[in-house]
Ligand binder design. Structure first.
Ligand code: SAM
Length: 247
């Protein structure tokens, strides 16, 4: 259970209504039952139910630390927001796949420009609980592609998922302009600061593609010959990165 409070031995933790409902109504816990808690900063602790005040409030008591806060792979996801449920899916899977920063990016063809970061933060909390990671990714406010790319420092490699190549005509006509397969690019690379960049439903515009291709720390990569839905591309690229370079 995520509890946004300091965690230390013998500390009491007050439960809010949603947490109490979950523990006492859904999970049917009783006084003395164990609960694992984390706050995103101090690792994981074993706690136990101290008091049940009806079904909408209660207290835990922190017992002992069970896991220390580890250092995670420094992996960011930059993605153009999609329609609501598709964005939710991307955020949930990115959390499961160990992303540290989720950055919505507004591109020329982005259709869903409104992003409720507070909702997305709640989703990351639920996904972190289910996947047993001890922190949540930071969900940033949306940025335009140009602003984002100009704010990046040299040390981060941006894997730009590119299904076409830098020139639409040439790419459609043959394989010359195709990006290298992501697995080949990553093979043998140690963990490093990285970001994965995924475009919107309509892909990146020709201008954006040629701008990205000219940037030094941007590495175009292919996820295969088929055009994947944006959320499939995000999950595939994150999985590949974690399998080949993750800690
Ligand atoms: N129209 C579909 C949709 O609504 O999801 C396809 C969108 S696809 C153009 C969106 C993004 O997924 C692209 O900009 C690219 O970043 C990534 N992508 C899809 N297929 C890919 C592939 N085979 N290789 C690399 N990136 C890919």
């Amino acid at each position: 259970l995520f509890v946004p409070t300091d965690l230390q031995q013998d500390a009491p933790v007050a439960l809010d209504e949603a947490q109490s409902k979950y523990l006492f109504k859904v999970m049917r816990l009783n006084v003395g039952d164990p609960v694992r808690v984390f706050n995103g900063r101090h690792g994981e602790w074993k706690a136990s139910v101290k008091e049940i005040l009806g079904k909408t409030a209660g207290m835990l008591q922190v017992d002992e630390q069970t896991r220390r806060q580890g250092v995670l792979t420094d992996l960011h996801l930059y993605f153009a927001p999609l329609k609501k449920t598709r964005t939710d899916f991307v955020v949930e899977k990115a959390t499961e796949l160990g992303v540290e920063v989720i950055q919505p990016v507004i591109t020329e063809y982005t259709q869903a420009e409104r992003v409720r970061t507070d909702r997305l933060e709640r989703l990351t909390m639920e996904a972190a609980e289910q996947t047993e990671r001890l922190n949540m990714p930071r969900v940033q406010e949306p940025l335009s592609l140009i602003k984002l790319m100009s704010s990046l420092t040299d040390h981060r490699h941006v894997y730009y998922c590119d299904e076409r190549g830098d020139d639409e005509g040439a790419a459609w006509g043959g394989d010359d302009n195709r990006a290298r397969p992501m697995a080949d690019v990553l093979m043998g690379k140690p963990p490093h600061s990285a970001a994965i960049l995924i475009g919107p439903e309509g892909g990146f515009s020709p201008q954006e593609r040629s701008m990205l291709r000219k940037m030094e720390n941007v590495i175009p990569v292919s996820l295969g010959p088929r055009i994947l839905r944006a959320e499939t591309a995000a999950v595939s690229a994150l999985t590949l990165y974690q399998a080949l370079c993750g800690d």
